[in-house]
Design a protein around this ligand. Structure first.
Ligand code: LCS
Length: 391
């Protein structure tokens, strides 16, 4: 089955009791037991059924299964946010005294988790540039449990070769975890390139409408079961059934949305590349992007995220972002609406000046999440905002 068909049908079948095409929302905290013995058997795990929504809920389970299906994974688990999904993943793999190797270009909130939360639990992270494969190999220590990467990475759209990282991870007996939020499984399926675990902020393209916060993890059945039974159900970062349903609803249009995000972004990237006030464009679909060849190999299209540096520095960026009318000045990404933001002072404000410099997130760097509007209208909006910058 083609991925676009899997996305529409997938795990979502008409409801067995009513035939409803749209899956029911099991908006309940608890489930009745037919008798005391049955309740006790459920708790002992001798019988399969529902007890309490923090432990298991049919709508939430369906979200995990559907994302697993389109990621080519054996199993999946839904979470209340992307950061909750990442945290549960790490805590499942690592404990006090363990170590993680992480690419240094990741979402600022993820960076804060690695850099300031995990050390409190005795889990240390070494940040490296995962495109420098020798640097990556050297960073792996006997207590390393995981290599963690984002590709394309937030916010610079850096591309990392998943197969090469997977090769290194296998050789050294560590897990490779890929944050696939920017690409989505429609454009890139890291497990097919040897990754062990994929994490998502479902807040973004998966739900697609900018109306929920959610997350997901997919991988091997044993790993997901361990994560559920040992960590997730005891830490409680559960997405609500209604939000899980909104993700399921959004997912149905993932293929058409990603096609449109990608074509709009390609056109805008070309417009920016030709603009006299733009110094550099970061978009993996441009042949001059250093990760272009790898992106072409591991992605079926280049997605809707673009970065660019302005010739006029931070001041020019401020004027541009304050002057757009159709684009909205806001963080988050992957929405229907085009969003524009300044990573150095917003999504990546937790990075030190030195880290911003190391990762190439300069003061004049602007991030654009290209939405589903008419592309000419978006270009016209950017054009009028560029005119405000002056010469
Ligand atoms: N992973 C990536 C790649 C992200 O971009 C984000 C959020 C997360 C994980 C965390 O997901 P959440 O907990 O928010 O669902 N990225 C954001 C951004 O760039 N702007 O605002 C949020």
């Amino acid at each position: 089955m083609h991925i676009a068909t899997k996305i529409v049908h997938g795990e979502q079948h008409p409801d067995k009791t009513t035939g409803a095409i749209s899956p029911p929302i099991y908006q309940t905290s608890t489930f009745a037991f037919k008798d005391v013995e049955y309740g006790a058997r459920l708790f002992k795990g001798e019988e399969n059924g529902y007890i309490y929504t923090r432990l298991k809920n049919p709508t939430i389970e369906l979200m995990g299964r559907q994302i697993a299906l389109i990621e080519s994974a054996e199993a999946g688990l839904a979470f209340s946010s992307g950061l909750a999904a990442i945290f549960a993943t790490i805590i499942t793999c690592a404990k006090n005294g363990d170590h993680i190797v992480c690419d240094h270009t990741i979402y600022g909130g993820s960076y804060a988790q690695f850099n300031s939360v995990l050390p409190r639990l005795g889990i240390q992270t070494t940040f490296i540039d995962a495109t420098q494969y020798d640097e990556l190999k050297v960073a792996i220590m006997p207590n390393t449990k995981m290599i963690y990467i984002e590709t394309p990475a937030n916010p610079t759209l850096k591309i990392i070769d998943i197969s090469r990282c997977a090769e290194i991870a296998k050789k050294r007996h560590v897990l490779l975890c890929v944050d696939n939020t920017f690409a989505t499984p429609y454009l890139q399926r890291p497990l097919e390139f040897g990754a062990d675990i994929v994490v998502h902020s479902a807040t973004k393209y998966l739900s697609g409408h900018g109306d929920i916060i959610g997350g997901a993890v997919v991988g091997k059945k044993d790993f997901i079961e361990q994560m559920h039974s040992e960590i997730a159900k005891h830490t409680g970062a559960i997405i609500s059934p209604f939000n899980a349903w909104l993700v399921l609803r959004g997912l149905k249009t993932l293929a058409v949305r990603m096609d449109r995000h990608s074509t709009n972004a390609m056109e805008i990237a070309n417009f920016l590349a030709a603009h006299s006030k733009v110094k550099r464009v970061y978009f993996p679909g441009l042949p001059e992007h250093p990760g272009y060849e790898i992106a072409k190999r591991q992605m079926s299209d280049y997605g809707g995220m673009i970065g660019f540096d302005l010739n006029g520095g931070k001041e020019a960026g401020k004027i541009l972002m304050n002057s757009v009318k159709l684009c909205t000045l806001a963080v988050s990404l992957g929405d229907i609406d085009t969003l524009i933001e300044h990573p150095a002072s917003m999504t990546h404000a937790v990075y030190s000046d030195e880290e911003l410099q190391n990762t190439g997130i300069g003061p004049a760097f602007v991030r654009l999440s290209v939405g589903l509007e008419n592309v000419q209208d978006l270009i016209d909006d950017l054009k009028q905002a560029f005119e405000k910058i002056g010469r």
